[in-house]
Design a protein. Structure first.
Length: 94
């Protein structure tokens, strides 16, 4: 890791709506569900080549799948929830 050019990426994976002229373009759940976008999310993570990823707002299943994907690329990962009763998970890498 180049300490002078450290690249940190933070991303709310669950909120990937696009802004268009005139306001927010709201997609239906089926169109922007994380599970449906997962292949694109993985490609995007691979292309960003960050030193550290801080990803939030994922289900345990999605977080586990992204964790395995990043570990296969050589990252050390931690997957945890915001609180003991939370359904939203955060994934940290280094």
């Amino acid at each position: 890791m180049d300490k002078e050019n450290l690249k940190i990426v933070t991303w709310n994976v669950n909120d990937d709506r696009r802004v268009q002229e005139g306001g927010m373009f709201h997609k239906t759940h089926n169109e922007w569900a994380v599970e449906k976008r997962l292949p694109g999310i993985k490609n995007h993570l691979k292309e960003m080549k960050a030193d550290i990823y801080c990803l939030q707002e994922m289900s345990r299943k999605t977080g586990s799948e992204i964790k395995s994907f990043l570990e296969s690329m050589g990252y050390n990962c931690f997957l945890g929830s915001y609180s003991s009763d939370s359904q939203a998970y955060v994934l940290l890498t280094c």
